[in-house]
Design a protein around this ligand. Structure first.
Ligand code: F6P
Length: 384
């Protein structure tokens, strides 16, 4: 048994393990299949355990949609985007919608989840997901069922790990889009605004913006001043650059203003759907600078397709390490990358804080040293 086991965490005897299960929860991202492949192969080949795949996240436990995955089923999976198991980012088991007397009410169905896992003789459950999935994993752990976590998200916002897999692929996709927008913006002397994902964090916009040579990068961590942005574009025009590329994170918002939603967050805490800030920014630019402005929203392209080499390797390492953690009895842990090494943390502490961009950190300062406008009013004014 691991010496680092936390009080209250369920214990296992690794020698008695026979069947372990894996599910993917929350939004998909490139690399999920590489995790499944790494995990299945490690469990089969190194430890001789059977691996059960659970379909469509936690929903599959409730509907008992279990299927064995063997090494032979994982051939070539590292290349494949999405998840062969399916996923769901609705239906939180702690507030699960059920019909009672013709009315939909929400119930905590975590006890049913534990019951079904025991019924199918699952010894340990591996949950691959973001902060929402890890909160559910923690609730299952609290009920005494052994769980291990693997962090994923294109947003790169999980505090426990230096990088999540999926992020590198999303940044590559956004960079590629900026490269393409450059040629058309330059040909037509236009401003082109690219809206990228990232929820409340600006990692994708920031790194793709630097890599793709954006002139303006707007992120949620730096509420932006529209006058500063317009003046930057205007100055570029005066100096002979008649086009402009703006990378804007979906969660970015003007100083003193608010985020733009396609669907507002619900009063019961259900998360909203961000989207539309690029249109808002484009309107302001074309009005203030008289530069013809167009918008491109990258959307789910950032989550689709084959993972990059970096993501394939990271996801594979995470999957294999999840197997080793079980073998070491390290229950209640989440795998993570620290520097170049794969480590593990308690799931609980791992989900405590979001990893946001530091507005005064090295990467933002790098962007500003290049002359990229990050939408800061005061910095721009100092130049006058
Ligand atoms: O968290 C990943 C993410 O892609 C965010 O960047 C984005 O805001 C959200 O999910 C989109 O969710 P959905 O697929 O439900 O539209």
């Amino acid at each position: 048994m691991s010496k680092s086991r936390k009080k209250g965490t369920p214990e296992i005897n690794p020698k008695n393990i026979k069947r372990v299960a894996i599910l993917t929860g929350g939004g998909d991202c490139p690399g999920l299949n590489a995790v499944i492949r790494g995990f299945v192969r490690c469990c089969n080949k190194v430890y001789g355990w059977k691996v059960i795949g659970i379909k469509d996240g936690f929903d599959g436990i409730l509907s008992e949609d279990f299927v064995e995955i063997a090494t032979g089923d994982t051939r070539g999976l590292q290349v494949l985007g999405g998840t062969i198991l399916g996923t769901s980012n609705r239906g939180n088991p702690m507030k699960y919608p059920v019909e009672e007397d013709g009315i939909i009410v929400t119930k905590d169905v975590t006890p049913q989840i534990v019951k079904n896992l025991n019924k199918h003789k699952i010894d340990v459950l591996v949950t691959v997901g973001g902060d929402g999935t890890m909160k559910i994993a923690e609730a299952i752990l609290k009920m005494g069922f052994p769980v291990i976590g693997v962090p994923k998200t294109i947003d790169n916002d999980l505090g426990a790990t230096d990088v999540t897999f999926g992020y590198n692929s999303a940044v590559a996709c956004a960079t590629n889009a900026l490269d393409k927008l450059h040629t058309t913006a330059e040909s037509h002397h236009r401003a082109l605004v690219l809206e990228v994902m990232g929820r409340d964090c600006g990692w994708i916009a920031l790194e793709a913006g630097i890599a793709g040579g954006a002139d303006v990068i707007l992120i949620p961590e730096i509420p932006f001043d529209m006058d500063a942005v317009n003046r930057h574009i205007h100055d570029r025009k005066k100096s002979g650059s008649r086009f402009c590329i703006i990378a804007v994170a979906e969660g970015a918002f003007p100083d003193g203003g608010s985020k733009v939603y396609k669907k507002k967050p619900g009063p019961d805490g259900t998360p909203g759907k961000l989207g539309g800030i690029a249109d808002w920014v484009a309107d302001k630019i074309s009005f203030a600078t008289e530069i013809e402005t167009r918008v491109a929203v990258l959307g789910h392209l950032q989550r689709g397709g084959a993972p990059t080499t970096f993501d394939r390797v990271l996801a594979t390492r995470f999957g294999v390490e999840a197997g080793h953690l079980i073998a070491n009895g390290e229950i209640g842990k989440i795998v993570c990358l620290k520097g170049r090494a794969i480590k593990s943390y308690d799931i609980k502490s791992a989900i405590k804080e979001l990893k946001v961009v530091n507005p005064d950190g090295q990467t933002v300062r790098t962007a500003e040293a290049l002359g990229i406008c990050m939408g800061r009013a005061n910095k721009y004014d100092k130049k006058d």
